[in-house]
Design a protein. Structure first.
Length: 199
């Protein structure tokens, strides 16, 4: 949970702010006159995609109603943002006026898919320059090779990984019981409280 005096809190640079909450914007369908057309047409309101970009800091909800933080650090491929996830948690109603993302709080740095960012399921809170050094970014060693062989994990898998990290899903959820271990940031350790399907 984030506290006012927590060491990872600092002012956000105003010039870097790029929050755009477009989730409430809908398109209003045109009305069709029943005088000229006996059939009435109805159309569901269209929800616009959430705006996000490199530097966007976003929240990921866990089963206990708390959220952890993530940041988009790169966009090497159109549908595969490189994201870093942090063990910094807070309640839904917390107003984050300033955010600091220290390396020692990193859980994972992975390339993932964009759908949960687009839908606003991973809600953008702010925007800052990427906090993590570039040499630690996902698949960075493949940049000069044009990303050939880059590894990407679906956003659903990453969400489940975070659930398992906080003890709300089995750590050995997949056939390979060490799959989630491979997603951990090199400097991150397994949390002490984990659930397992197989004992």
């Amino acid at each position: 949970m984030i506290e006012p005096d927590a060491p990872w809190i600092r002012p956000i640079s105003p010039e870097l702010s790029c929050i755009r909450d477009e989730s409430a914007v809908v398109s209003i369908p045109r009305r069709h006159s029943t005088k000229t057309n006996p059939m009435k047409f109805s159309r569901k309101p269209e929800r616009r995609k959430q705006h996000w970009d490199v530097g966007s800091i976003f929240s990921v909800e866990q089963s206990d109603g708390l959220f952890c933080l993530g940041q988009v650090v790169d966009m090497p491929l159109p549908n595969a943002p490189s994201c870093v996830f942090y063990d910094i948690r807070f309640p839904a109603r917390t107003e984050l006026k300033s955010i600091y993302l220290p390396e020692e709080k990193i859980i994972a740095a992975v390339s993932t898919t964009r759908e949960l960012l687009d839908r606003g399921k991973w809600r953008v809170l702010a925007c800052e320059a990427p906090a993590l050094e570039r040499r630690y970014w996902p698949n960075e060693y493949l940049r000069e090779l044009g990303w050939v062989g880059a590894e990407t994990h679906g956003a659903g898998i990453v969400t489940r990984f975070l659930e398992a990290y906080y003890g709300f899903a089995p750590w050995d959820y997949y056939a390979d019981p060490t799959y989630f271990d491979k997603l951990l940031f090199p400097k991150a350790a397994r949390p002490k409280r984990l659930l397992f399907k197989k004992v």
